[in-house]
Design a protein around this ligand. Structure first.
Ligand code: ATP
Ligand code: MG
Length: 509
């Protein structure tokens, strides 16, 4: 009979104690008091941080927003239909964050950076906090490189610099999205990574933007963040921050990036909805008091970093929709005051057939001209002057029948210049092309061409400049200046082309 020795037992006990796994996990757990409309009131999460991620029992993710003495208010990032009164909620100890990285390029993601394009998982490089502090003044440098939109009216008169925040504002259906998408298309081979954030739009609009970008090979350097109109308000509120976070990754790596928020009025509406449900006191236009902070902390993240910080830049093009051109409503005035200028689109101009429908008189860019190339500066000055004179003359001459010859000439010139600034969608123009077109307009090359022919003049000129691979394009691309030599080269070009154009049109008649 085997007998167990006492020391055998104590050995076993000792071994057990030695191998005892001391690691244990402390979880903060709360219970749902009340739930509805994507908002939950939770009891018991005393040590929670503002903006901390929480997990509901059914897997729904939430973010703690209202920290009150007795309970907290949290928003749910999903339907959360299985969350009920009494359900368990776990705090994660992590402030809301999302994965970021270059692997996101070419993909469509939701407001939590989860892929929604059916192309599989995204291998992220690291995580970034959704809300991070904007770079301070020491970390910044003033804007000096240009971000070309490829739209002649903008690049010449309302130039945008890398690191700038330029608002695109206008009524519905005035071509706001078109300007933003054209700007993305023009960043091809310019090493600017783009993030397009769609907030509260129809899924079909987002699909259209995607297909335009795809068709023009622009998805290679673009990420789309979509929180469509049917997404919960909480996701629509978060999507711009997600876009900023994905974009910031590139900026802090020393690269250039462009982020488009289409549009911030819808984000503000989503935020209003959430805030009212959280029972925050409503203020002007029923928006909560901190709706300014909602947009300022987002747009402040756009910056041009100094060389010690890597020299990266993040340019932001927020979009805001106005009602009947009213820029004095709450959200438009807020965002105008946060940004470095605005491109104002007007429905009247759009309907009169001038597209892009930019109202040049009230559009400004406060920092971009520092980044404009010398060549563009030279030709744009004259253009602005002539257009301003034309605007005055046109209004005035509507009432008089017989005008003297000089006035008639000025009017004719102005009409042609306005025609030059029309540009179809998805047809960006390079710097040499834009300079040549404006130079032709302000130096009398198109004065004898009828208004209807101006578009074909431009199309032909563009082809002429590409096909003949002329010295002018090469020199301008290199120096970006319109010095005497380049000006002479350009004059030669325009003389040759205008002759060709006149002959062709003469034979056609
Ligand atoms: P929404 O308020 O619905 O978002 P939006 O202001 O973003 O509208 P877009 O969707 O960009 O406007 O454009 C409205 C319409 O105008 C579209 O059908 C578009 O194709 C057309 N459009 C925009 N820009 C131009 C242009 N430069 N030339 C011709 N058509 C244009
Ligand atoms: Mg739009």
């Amino acid at each position: 009979m085997a007998t167990i020795q006492p020391d055998e037992i104590s050995n076993i006990i000792r071994k057990k104690i030695r191998n005892y796994n001391k690691r244990f996990k402390i979880e903060t757990i709360g219970t749902v008091l009340k739930v509805g409309d994507g908002i939950a009131r939770i009891y018991g999460l005393d040590k929670i941080m503002a903006g901390e991620l929480i997990n509901f029992a059914d897997g729904t993710i939430g973010i703690a927003l209202n920290l009150e003495p007795r309970n907290i208010g949290a928003v749910m990032m999903g339907q959360g239909t299985n969350v009920k009164e009494g359900s368990i909620v776990r705090a994660t100890g992590r402030i809301a964050q999302i994965p970021v990285g270059s692997a996101f390029l070419g993909r469509i993601v939701d407001a939590l950076a989860r892929p929604i394009d059916g192309q599989g998982e995204i291998q992220s490089e690291k995580n970034r906090l959704l809300e991070s502090a904007a770079p301070g003044i020491i970390a910044r440098k003033s804007v000096f490189e240009s971000l070309e939109t490829g739209l002649i009216a903008i690049d010449s008169m309302i130039p945008i610099g890398r690191g700038q925040r330029e608002l695109i504002i206008g009524d519905r259906q005035t071509g706001k999205t078109a300007i933003a998408v054209d700007t993305i298309l023009n960043q091809k081979e310019k090493s600017v990574y783009c993030v397009y954030v769609a907030v509260g739009q129809k899924a079909s609009s987002v699909a259209q933007v995607f297909s335009t970008l795809k068709k023009n090979d622009a998805m290679d350097y673009t990420i789309i963040v979509a929180a469509t109109a049917d997404a919960p308000a909480t996701l629509q509120y978060l999507a711009p921050y997600t876009g900023a976070t994905l974009s910031e990754y590139f900026m802090y790596k020393g690269q250039h990036t462009l982020v488009i928020y289409d549009d911030l009025s819808k984000q503000a509406q989503a935020y209003r909805e959430m805030s009212l449900l959280l029972r925050r006191p409503p203020g002007r236009e029923a928006f909560p008091g901190d709706v300014f902070y909602l947009h300022s902390r987002l747009l402040e993240r756009a910056a041009k970093l100094n060389d010690q910080m890597g020299g990266g830049s993040m340019t932001a093009l927020p979009i805001v929709e106005t009602q009947e051109g009213d820029v004095s409503a709450y959200i438009p005035t807020n965002v105008i005051s946060i940004t470095d200028g605005q491109i104002f689109l007007s429905a009247d101009i759009f309907n009169s057939g001038i597209r892009p429908a930019i109202n040049i008189g009230i559009s400004v860019s406060r920092v971009g001209s520092a980044a404009q190339s010398k060549a563009m500066k030279k030709v744009a000055g004259q253009l602005k002057l002539e257009l301003a004179q034309f605007a005055e003359l046109e209004a005035f001459s509507q009432f008089s029948s017989d005008l003297d010859q000089t006035t008639q000439n000025q009017l004719a010139r102005g009409k042609r210049l306005r025609e030059l600034l029309k540009q179809p969608q998805a047809s960006p123009l390079s710097l040499p092309e834009q300079v040549a077109i404006i130079y032709a307009g302000t130096n009398g090359y198109i004065d004898d061409i009828s208004l209807e022919k101006i578009h074909s003049y431009i199309v032909g000129l563009k082809q002429f400049l590409t096909n003949t691979k002329i010295e002018y394009v090469k020199t301008l691309e290199k120096t970006k200046n319109l010095d005497e030599i380049t000006t002479n080269l350009l004059k030669q070009c325009l003389d040759d082309y205008s002759k060709q154009f006149a002959e062709k049109n003469f034979t056609e008649v």
